[in-house]
Ligand binder design. Structure first.
Ligand code: SF4
Length: 472
């Protein structure tokens, strides 16, 4: 009668601290170039070394260029961070998937694709979208720099156990509706702070039918709804994805692992602290109109009137409308876009690129739009190239760039300029998120971004005829 949260939490509890918190052992620590230089420096200052270097894996993603991989990089700050991570990993014998490495990519894309992410693990990383790994039935969450230091030093964290909300997604997804739309719909329903203090357990028949890529997209966005972690109970879909991956168990160990993983799923009669239902049949392709991921609307519906929103949300909605250049009652459909970004740890896996390529095949990006496709990892990039997807995108006028976080957070040269509007498959539409303080971000699914790139404005992807048809 226990939930996965209970089981995995208890298995990783070292002891109860005097503060009432749990000292939680971290099974897998993923690190990248931006949130580690200071953490390693603090460790060094105290004369410490990583306690379990074999449980740490590094990659480069946040600040790296997605154009030239030449070293030194054009940006000296990026070069310093890259060189520091190389030095720290080398010194402490930590495997690193560095610039140009065959396994380099966004930390939340490479963990699963190499089989590092496994059910029943506790996983921490200095990036809030670590919740992505929960798709495998892991307790995975983002941590700050001082916690990165703590995990490096002890492989443990002092944590409060969250409460559990079971979110049931019931019903079939309609045409043109994706896991991204389900995530945005959930955040709109439960609020951007609705998950604070909770872990989200995703259940229901719609989750059962989802692919691992779709589950990762949904779990990725947990944090945008305030839940630091979100997970799906491991099932046959999970095991089929992991089988044969580089770091997954093999031979007899595989059979033992599957049996063990299966036992970690929430018991059928386990009770969560809260439970709610998201009606999937009512979800249409969504687009954000505001400056947080909860401010979204179906592409074919009017933007809500702030006066009709709960009192605590009205002022923020008014400000967001003004910043974004929208008015209530207006539709997001038809909004001119300047940049189209297909990338990020939310939506830059092979299935995402395929979905976007299906929309742009045989089409051209509108002349006023700059289109970028940034694969989530080198493995995704290579697989896409084997299928010829890069040719589809390049023929349409998209830039086919090297893997990395890119325009998700605009720490490298991939930035919006001035008040440009960007149709983006990423996860955050906060002011300034894409590198320009006045840039405007419209979150949507990769297929919707592709359709917007071709039309030069937001359009309803359901009206777009795939594979060479006309974008209306
Ligand atoms: S793509 Fe964006 S959200 Fe994901 S790891 Fe990179 S910066 Fe973080």
């Amino acid at each position: 009668m226990a939930t996965l949260l209970d089981k995995v939490w208890n298995l990783h509890s070292v002891r109860r601290l005097a503060t009432g918190q749990t000292q939680l052992f971290i099974g897998l620590h993923l690190i990248h170039e931006v949130t580690t230089p200071q953490a390693f420096a603090m460790l060094r200052d105290r004369g410490l070394t990583p306690a379990f270097p074999e449980r740490i894996f590094g990659t480069m993603d946040h600040i790296i260029p997605t154009g030239s991989l030449k070293r030194p990089t054009a940006d000296p700050v990026a070069e310093a961070m890259i060189a520091t991570l190389e030095k720290n990993c080398h010194e402490h014998h930590i495997p690193l998937f560095g610039l140009g490495d065959a396994h380099q990519g966004i930390v939340h894309v490479i963990g699963p694709e190499m089989g590092l992410t496994q059910p029943g693990m506790t996983i921490a990383c200095g990036d809030s979208h670590t919740s992505t790994h929960g798709a495998f039935g892991a307790l995975a969450f983002g941590i700050g720099t001082s916690q990165v230091r703590d995990v490096l030093a002890s492989q443990c964290l002092a944590m409060d156990k969250p409460k559990l909300r079971r979110v049931r997604f019931e019903g079939e997804m309609g045409a043109g509706v994706t896991a991204k739309d389900l995530a945005l719909a959930m955040i709109r329903q439960l609020g951007v702070n609705g998950g604070v203090g909770f872990a989200y357990e995703y259940a229901g028949d719609a989750i059962d039918r989802m692919t691992m890529d779709e589950r990762m997209t949904l779990c990725n966005m947990s944090i945008e709804g305030g839940a630091r972690m979100g997970y799906v109970n491991p099932d046959e879909t999970t095991f089929a994805y992991l089988r044969g991956r580089a770091h997954a168990p093999s031979g007899e160990a595989w059979d033992r692992a599957v049996e063990w993983w299966r036992s970690l799923a929430s018991d059928a009669d386990s009770v969560a602290d809260d439970e709610c239902v998201v009606d999937v049949t009512r979800i249409a392709p969504l687009v954000t109109w505001g400056t947080n991921p909860g401010q979204s609307v179906a592409v074919n519906e009017p933007i809500p009137d702030p006066a009709g929103l709960p009192p605590g949300e009205r002022d923020a909605a008014l400000e967001a409308l003004q910043f974004m250049g929208f008015e209530s009652g207006q539709s997001v459909e038809g909004r001119r876009v300047d940049v189209a970004f297909i990338g990020s740890c939310t939506n830059a896996r092979l299935s995402d690129l395929r979905a976007a390529a299906d929309v742009v095949r045989g089409q051209r990006v509108a002349t006023h739009v700059r289109g970028l496709v940034v694969a989530g990892s080198r493995e995704v990039q290579r697989a896409a190239e084997r299928e010829g997807l890069h040719t589809v995108f390049e023929s349409a006028g998209f830039e086919w760039r090297e893997p990395g976080c890119s325009l998700c957070l605009g720490m490298n040269d991939d930035k919006l300029s001035g008040a440009e509007t960007c149709a983006s498959s990423s996860n955050r539409n906060f002011r300034g998120r894409q590198g320009s303080p006045t840039g405007r971000t419209l979150l949507m699914s990769p297929a919707m971004v592709a359709a917007a790139a071709v039309a030069g404005k937001v359009v309803d992807v359901r009206r777009v005829v795939p594979r060479g048809g006309a974008v209306q």
